[in-house]
Design a protein around this ligand. Sequence first.
Ligand code: ADP
Ligand code: MG
Length: 576
Amino acid sequence: MPARTPEDLRQQCLRLDGRGYKAYKALEGEYRFPDFTLFIDHVQGDPFATPSRVRIRVPQAVAGFPPDLWEHPSRRVAAEHFILEAVHRALPRWSRPRGTGHSGRYFVEPVGQAMLPRTAVRLGAFGVELRFALGLPAQGRRILGRVAAQMLLEELPSLVRAALLYPSLPAETLRQYADVAEDADFLRQRLEAMGLVAFVADGSLLPRRSGIDDRPLTQGIPFQSPPSLRVHVHLPRAGVVTGLGVPQGVTLIVGGGFHGKSTLLRALARGVYNHKPGDGRERVVTHPKAVKIRAEDGRSVAGVDISPFIRNLPLGRETTAFSTENASGSTSQAANIMEALEMGARVLLMDEDTTATNLMIRDRRMQALIAREKEPITPYIDRARQLYTEHGVSTVLVLGGSGDYLDVADTVIAMDTYRPVDVTQQAREVAARFPTGRVREAQGPIHRPRRVPLPESLNPRKGRKPVVVKAPSRETLHLGTQTIDLRAVEQLVETAQTRAIGLALVYAWERYMDGQRPLADIVAQVMADIEAQGLEVLCRTPYPTGDLAAFRDLELAAALNRLRTLRVLGTRSAGR
Ligand code: ADP
Ligand code: MG
């Protein structure tokens, strides 16, 4: 259908006034406004149904965003994030219930502290596009045509003026967002060459307001690196910045309770994402292949080789292709580690608060009391060095309770009243002075798992609908009749990521899950398609939706691994 004019739209709305809701369908189509194009992609079936999908596209000639905000991918994502924030600041002026159900309200994907690539705002040479939903207004099932006209013909143009035009945005702040993102991505790409797994800039603010509020704690104590671990980095925008360089190898974060150990580790886990200026973590940057590992009892496990950590289970149960519907603390953590290895993880982040003690340590006395043959578990302490030397996988471990780890650590950082202190030297002396008498228990190599998921693992069908993907929250994904529990996948931060992962699983299943390809290859294929074609490749609608955010390969695999119907063929490949 050819593009219509705003005047067509106005008359159409007025004609619809008072008619039954279904008549709204006539609005679907494209409208050419003087400054932008409005796409009404999908009209909801009734006032309570999922709100109607719309897009606003402003050509760059009108929007006026300079190329330095969209040519560089890091800067573009930051600018898109900023624009989305501006949309959220502007919308409350208009968004309010006006009638039944969703009537009169606007629904734009929420935006958090992390500057993720998202589909809600797209910026480029073409211009800027905003994708969102709105509740076409009705009283009961009778169309409120005048209110619709007000929304579409007055409020949307105002929204464009408030948030989608470069001249109406604070240029300096916008540039700051772009600079911060460019610096963070630059640094993340260079960590490995610098021999680091993470960098925490001096002056960073790590604590959050609360467990459910991701904004910085206002009265927090700024981070200050210990001189012996201080590194200088030269960033393209900020120039020289100093901070803590967390070296490759095995790093312990020790210290008394409540001194900020877990807060530091959590910041490192989040350092795989870029954070907005003012977040406090904008220069906390972690290796992109860093994975937070924890115990997760109750999860299902499908054919994972956990034998490096657990073998000779009672009654001769196999652990080279271990499956369970209900893993224990230690088996779940072992599976989490091996699955991370399968995906090429390079850094494992662990906190004693959330690990299984028996998987982490078995001290001299316990070794004496319980014979090796009676203990299926090889504790992590005996694998940590091997993971590094044989697989290049570093460990950062928060630990206040067991000094046995001093023997295997390259670096020991003590948190003292939120200040990191390099105690590596003292730790060596202590280790020499108090030998633990432990016997190393690890034997044999660690093989990187290579599992082949079977296509019958996944069935997106529910009732008469061939594909049902729903993400009611960050931590819950409904796929067909299955529910995937992502509570323990801590590096997922937004519902839009979970939703995108759900679609990516279906996409993977349709295109690549053939009973031959290994899991890591399937995930790599999906990521390559997204890289080449954008997140939009995952949309199952004829039009792109604004409700997706980018995710890592590691979290996509993590979701598949938690699908309770997952079935695999196992083969093992040695070495890296
Ligand atoms: P630990 O793991 O060492 O027991 P946490 O990291 O849980 O300690 O921190 C204990 C408390 O201190 C938390 O409430 C946290 O928000 C707060 N906290 C952490 N770092 C800082 C900081 N730099 N400034 C102020 N408060 C902080
Ligand atoms: Mg803690």
